[in-house]
Write a protein that binds this ligand. Structure first.
Ligand code: C5P
Length: 223
């Protein structure tokens, strides 16, 4: 069954208050760079003690040795999911895999805030974003990563061509896009094969985040 991951793009106090409201829900909590810089290791341990799985979304991209050392450190901290950019290339990805321990390593393919114009920006010869993303996912799979982060529009093909776990941000319940260019509803994403749905603002900006979480879980449980 698909899982729900909540992006805690908040300050430390707000993140902990939201976590307390969500106690008992089988959700994964995603900590990004801002929150990690504020809360560090203590925050990760605190969220784990509350019973949540923790996704540390730092999207690492550096020389292979630096990334491998960083992955090892996150794994020792007990982080359940960790991201790095597939654009870092096969050598970086393979070295990271060698140090991941029991942490699940997820490759970011292309940020969902990018549209087709990004291909022109990097002067890519790929005909579409989808082709580019698919090629990055295949690189991740060959390097031994556990999964990839991708938009709901690419999930189907990634699932057909690899056995990677698919983590899908850009999920929206209604017609609200914010800065995301490629959005999808929870139902659509799961039908396409998404394993983990990532939702941030829809949940943490709601006056009743527990209700939104309950609704999304109900929707995806029925599929
Ligand atoms: O608020 P919203 O639901 O748009 O949050 C999406 C979350 O997923 C953010 O934390 C963002 O950093 C993350 N993300 C993304 N696109 C990616 C990878 C991660 O939006 N390709």
């Amino acid at each position: 069954m698909a899982r729900l991951c909540i992006a805690l793009d908040l300050d430390k106090g707000q993140a902990l208050r939201l976590a307390d409201k969500l106690l008992g829900f089988p959700v994964i909590l995603k900590v990004g760079p801002k929150l990690f810089l504020e809360g560090g290791r203590d925050l990760i341990e605190n969220l784990k003690e509350k019973g949540f799985e923790v996704f540390l979304d730092m999207k690492f991209h550096d020389i292979p040795n630096t990334v491998a050392l960083t992955v090892e450190s996150a794994s020792r901290m007990g982080v359940d999911y960790l991201t790095l950019h597939t654009l870092g290339g096969p050598e970086m990805l393979e070295m990271a895999v060698s140090k991941k321990g029991s942490t699940k390593l997820l490759g970011v393919t292309l940020l969902t805030s990018h549209g087709e114009e990004f291909l022109d920006f990097i002067r890519s010869e790929y005909k579409s974003l989808k082709d580019f993303v698919l090629s990055l996912a295949q690189t991740a799979s060959r390097a031994g990563l556990d999964g990839v982060v991708c938009s709901g529009h690419e999930v189907k093909e990634i699932k057909e061509k690899t056995d990677l776990l698919t983590v899908v941000p850009g999920i929206r319940l209604r017609d609200r896009k914010d800065d995301q260019k490629r959005t999808m509803t929870p139902k659509e994403a799961v039908k396409n094969g998404a394993d983990i749905l990532v939702m941030g603002r829809e949940i943490y900006l709601s006056s009743q985040p527990e209700e939104v979480v309950r609704r999304v879980l109900e929707q995806i449980e029925k599929l």
